[in-house]
Design a protein around this ligand. Structure first.
Ligand code: GDP
Ligand code: MN
Length: 428
């Protein structure tokens, strides 16, 4: 469960980390002006559970009350990624003569080691720093899972931060203190992420200008005191940051999960496979099977890119969107589909697929080869429709290879699809 910024700041403040003085949380712009004097500079911050609000216009600075009210009007009601801004955190704007840095504690999913990450390049996306200036990041894995950050580690991390910050050397002890406290928060509250970005070096010492905490839902049963502190009477549905594809799928009404990061750099030596399975079980199976066939027969050069679940009984329009989304996804080289019609109908599925391909051909949009199989409910109608459509518009459907019935196992269909895609690329 991800906490809102004001909630995360409540936690950090309680654990001894300085945060900017809050003027409160506002749902209406007119309240803002009354709360703030004409000469108090403030930050207005959209309370939405996504990062990168700054770039999206969700974090603004105002010189005082009247300007704050005007800016509040602009931000409230606006959309940031998929979220409508209905609440604003307003707090004092702090100056950072000593610089801004990044401090984060998380867990390495590969080995479950608590991992502390710091960077003197604060306020920017840490993933971006990792790509563009990896020497500006220090990452320390702590296999001991200690409740407190060992002092020697705190010193190394603080030293690294201090050496890259104008005001760092004078604040090395304060930085150590913040590191120890963020680490302690991570452990005490069963966090998945405890992060401050930016941590500003003000004249009075380090201040957490932004705060992010993601709690591990599996630990919530022992975090009753925290939930009470935050006034949460029930566990909030865990909302994570959706990718563009995930937002598009949600709008079209089907479940979709990207397996690759949105900014994933495509490996030119691998084949990227999009999946349009039937239900959720088949969706999971397809991911495994594509990877498996890729490992056995294609030297491990095949990457499944998504999970998808049409849910029971999608409409033709939804099927068009399911394929359309993957065809618009530039990394995708091949689409593998499997309609195992139980609740949902093969007929609707094939109509959707064919409509998608015809539309895209007619409009000159990108078309990716589709290999798949269909079997189950409504198969006779689906087969008739497929045969007729192929006779009527053979060119538009040239990239579609659908096996009817279950004589051919899915692994064979997947293998054939990958084989053809490899041939197209001239790969062996
Ligand atoms: P995010 O973009 O969602 O991570 O939102 P942030 O809370 O990090 O705000 C975006 C940017 O606004 C930060 O990286 C800072 O550069 C800046 N910012 C936020 N609060 C303050 C503040 O109190 N003082 C100053 N000087 N800058 C701030
Ligand atoms: Mn931030």
């Amino acid at each position: 469960m991800r906490l809102y910024e004001n909630e995360a700041k409540t936690v950090f403040e309680r654990e001894g980390i300085a945060v900017p003085r809050s003027h409160g949380v506002f749902e209406r712009a007119d309240g803002v002006e009354l709360a703030i004097g004409p000469d108090s500079p403030v930050m207005l911050k959209a309370l939405v559970l996504v990062g990168g609000r700054g770039k999206a216009g969700g974090v603004r600075k105002a010189r005082g009350g009247p300007e704050a009210a005007a800016l509040a009007k602009e931000i409230l009601g606006r959309r940031i990624r998929d979220y409508v801004v209905d609440r604003l955190l307003v707090e004092e704007a702090v100056d950072a003569p000593g610089g801004a840095c990044y401090v984060g504690v998380t867990m390495n999913p590969a080995d479950f080691n608590v991992t502390v990450i710091v960077s003197p390049a604060g306020g920017v996306d840490v993933e971006q720093v990792a790509r563009e200036a990896p020497d500006k990041i220090m990452r320390l894995e702590l296999p001991g899972n200690d409740a407190m950050l060992p002092d020697a580690d705190a010193s190394r991390l603080a030293g690294f931060l201090a050496s890259g910050l104008a005001g760092g050397p004078a604040r090395i002890d304060a930085l150590k203190e913040v590191l120890a406290r963020v680490y302690a928060v991570f452990q005490k509250y069963d966090c998945k992420i405890a992060e401050i970005n930016p941590l500003l070096l003000t004249a009075a010492g380090p201040v957490a200008a932004d705060a992010k905490i993601v709690l591990d839902d599996n630990g919530l049963y022992r975090q009753g005191a925290l939930l009470r502190l935050l006034g949460l009477t029930e566990v909030r549905h865990d909302v994570s940051e959706p990718t563009r594809n995930e937002v598009r799928a949600r709008e079209a009404g089907f479940r979709y999960v990207d397996l690759l990061a949105e900014d994933h750099a495509k490996d030119p030596d691998r084949l990227y496979v999009g999946l349009v399975p039937g239900g959720a079980g088949y969706g999971i199976f397809s991911i495994d099977e594509v990877a498996n066939v890729g490992d056995r027969f294609f030297g491990g050069r095949v990457v499944p890119v998504n999970f998808m679940d049409s849910g029971g009984g999608p409409t033709v329009g939804q099927v068009v969107e399911m394929f359309g989304l993957l065809m618009d996804y530039e990394a995708v080289d091949l689409v593998i589909t499997s309609r195992f019609g139980g609740i949902s109908s093969c007929d609707i599925f094939i109509r959707g697929l064919i409509e998608c391909l015809r539309e895209r051909r007619a409009e000159g949009r990108r078309v990716v080869p589709v290999f798949g199989r269909m079997v189950g409910t409504d198969l006779p109608n689906a087969r008739d429709f497929l045969e007729r459509a192929t006779r009527e518009t053979p060119e538009a459907l040239a990239d579609m290879h659908i096996t009817v019935g279950n004589r051919t196992i899915m692994a064979e269909v997947i293998r054939e699809g990958i084989r053809c895609a490899f041939d197209r690329k001239g790969w062996t």
